[in-house]
Design a protein around this ligand. Structure first.
Ligand SMILES: Cc1cc2nc3c(=O)[nH]c(=O)nc-3n(C[C@H](O)[C@H](O)[C@H](O)COP(=O)(O)OP(=O)(O)OC[C@H]3O[C@@H](n4cnc5c(N)ncnc54)[C@H](O)[C@@H]3O)c2cc1C
Length: 506
């Protein structure tokens, strides 16, 4: 088996970032954060996690769920001065009484009243309707419209929440149905008494996190295939294991992982009895002949690489417009300013980065999380381009164009400015306190998801664009999370399994 990947590391979105400070290694996640809600995984994905040595119960010990709350830390909001009366940081969102939070905010009198009302009111905003009818109405109504038209809040409250879910959906709340956003972030204000929550996480906490995110899942997968490349035996020791990249691609191995190799053409050969795969590696073009080929790259790229696919399938593949976003990691020598201000997360109502947050407090194997504010910390900052005037997938194409044209210096300037804005009051000095910045650009990030407002109703599951896209074609089958229109590791594993089954059955 030959695996080709254009990147210089394996794992795709599941990417590890490493930093060194005062002789200590700090690990961060450059992409895929967590095994989100493992109980919802398909059986094959659950089995795979077990097969590669992951026992998700161990995260209950590894992840310190109480650390930040026990220190009195919570979310803060940095209000901008375009939509609000002044630029101001207010800490204590969800921790202090809503009235106190409103009183400290730069919102107008009416907006404060509406803010407190939407947080505390126990009203059903669709009285007299049954669950099914409410669900049908709210799945066609954006959360923005719900707040504006049913709850009747002031424009400033709408501006406060406009980008709340942008790191997850990469659009504003005016394009997210109320039913999709309902359970996000512990539940969105105003909805709880109108539509009982059916959150996909249920009671499962968001704790299934390795320090490098799901890069450890990828490393465990590679260990299962090529044990000598990733030394060790357990899900704990993989966190600090040093990968021997020279052992990924050696003569005589049954499995070879070839990095820095971009597939550019895939087509049947030998009267359909094999597949020729042409790829570029270190400036040279090579062609390998295989009995089967699984395309595990992005759906939208497949029609260009496999021009022989039927037109209907190419249209289905092109439907999946990838979502661009960036994860920027910032190494700081301590997190005392966060502790002093009572913050573990800052949401910026309208700035380049939507948020800065402290890392997840996970100690696993030999890796110890820096649980004292005096310890170094890898901060997480997320940027998603937002064009309020563009709707639908076109905004992600625009976001991708913008991302490609944005140099590192722009990210760096915003990191400095936004950290100074939030933390300057507690003595943070960007010039002194920023030790390293890594920008992880995911121009082709999340898979297209079909839970946004513009999605048409598809009467027949087999005729959806994504179902047409993933049909096997001769000796070529289609994997990747895109095939499941779901940006999750669960989807990636489940779709990969299906593609392998189809390939081996043919
Ligand atoms: C920033 C970010 C955060 C995320 N967080 C989570 C999370 O917390 N939990 C979760 O479940 N999911 C998360 N996801 C989604 C999850 O990462 C993806 O669904 C999953 O990684 C997809 O895996 P995949 O193997 O299908 O594709 P990918 O991880 O995208 O891997 C595809 C690989 O194919 C390579 N490739 C593309 N074209 C070619 C070519 N022509 N030739 C050779 N190689 C090529 C790519 O470079 C890439 O390495 C996140 C995604 C992103 C971008």
């Amino acid at each position: 088996m030959l695996l080709l990947d254009n990147h210089d590391d394996f794992g795709g979105h599941a990417k590890r970032n490493e930093f060194t400070i005062d002789g200590r290694t700090r690990i961060g996640y450059g992409g895929t954060e967590s095994i989100d809600t493992p109980s919802s995984y398909s059986q094959v994905a659950k089995d795979l996690l077990v097969d590669i040595g992951i026992d998700t119960h161990r995260f209950y010990d590894a992840f310190d769920q109480d650390l930040y709350a026990s220190m009195g830390l919570s979310k803060g909001i940095l209000f901008d001065d375009k939509s609000f009366d002044a630029r101001k940081l207010v800490a204590g969102y969800g921790r202090i009484p809503w009235q106190d939070f409103a009183d400290r905010s730069p919102m107008s009198e009416q907006a404060r009243r509406d803010f407190v009302r939407v947080q505390t009111d126990t009203r059903d905003y669709l009285p007299g309707l049954g669950y099914e009818e409410k669900y049908a109405r709210l799945s066609k109504m954006s959360y923005y419209s719900f707040l504006r038209d049913l709850v009747g809040v002031h424009q400033q409250v709408l501006e406060l929440y406009r980008r709340w879910g942008i790191s997850f959906w990469c659009v504003g709340i005016d394009e997210i149905p109320a039913t999709s956003i309902q359970s996000y972030d512990g539940g969105m204000p105003g909805l709880a008494n109108t539509l009982p929550r059916t959150g996909h996480r249920g009671d499962e906490p968001y704790i299934f996190h390795f320090p490098d995110g799901n890069a450890s899942v990828a490393r465990l997968l590679v260990r299962a295939l090529l044990p000598e490349a990733v030394p060790g035996r357990t899900m704990e020791d993989v966190v600090t294991a040093r990968v021997d990249y020279s052992r990924l691609d050696r003569d005589g191995q049954d499995t070879r992982i070839r990095l820095n190799s971009t597939a550019v053409n895939v087509q049947h050969a030998g009267n359909g009895g094999s597949v020729d795969i042409t790829y570029v590696h270190r400036g040279h073009t090579h062609t390998v002949r295989a009995s089967r080929c699984i395309m595990a790259c992005y759906n939208s790229a497949v029609p260009y690489i496999c021009p022989e696919l039927p037109e209907q399938q190419k249209e289905g593949l092109a439907y999946n417009v990838k979502v661009p976003l960036t994860y920027t990691k910032v190494l700081v020598p301590n997190w005392r300013p966060f502790a002093e201000l009572g913050l573990d997360f800052v949401y910026y109502t309208n700035d380049f980065f939507k948020q800065v947050e402290l890392d997840y407090p996970v100690s696993i194997g030999d890796y110890r999380f820096g649980s004292s504010p005096d310890d170094p910390m890898v901060l997480h900052m997320c940027h998603v381009h937002h064009s309020p005037d563009i709707t639908g997938p076109e905004q992600w194409r625009e976001g991708r164009r913008r991302l490609l044209g944005t140099p590192f210096s722009v990210f760096e300037d915003h990191v400095r400015d936004q950290l100074d804005q939030a933390l300057g009051g507690a003595g943070f000095d960007a010039e002194r306190d920023i030790h390293a910045i890594t920008v992880n650009r995911w121009a082709h990030g999340y898979s297209y998801s079909n839970d946004l407002l513009w999605e048409p109703e598809w009467p027949d599951a087999e005729q959806t664009p994504w179902a047409r896209a993933r049909r096997p074609y001769g000796r070529i089958t289609i994997a990747n999370s895109d095939a499941g229109v779901d940006a999750t590791t669960n989807s990636a594993i489940t779709q990969a399994y299906r593609a392998v089954q189809e390939a081996t059955a043919s």
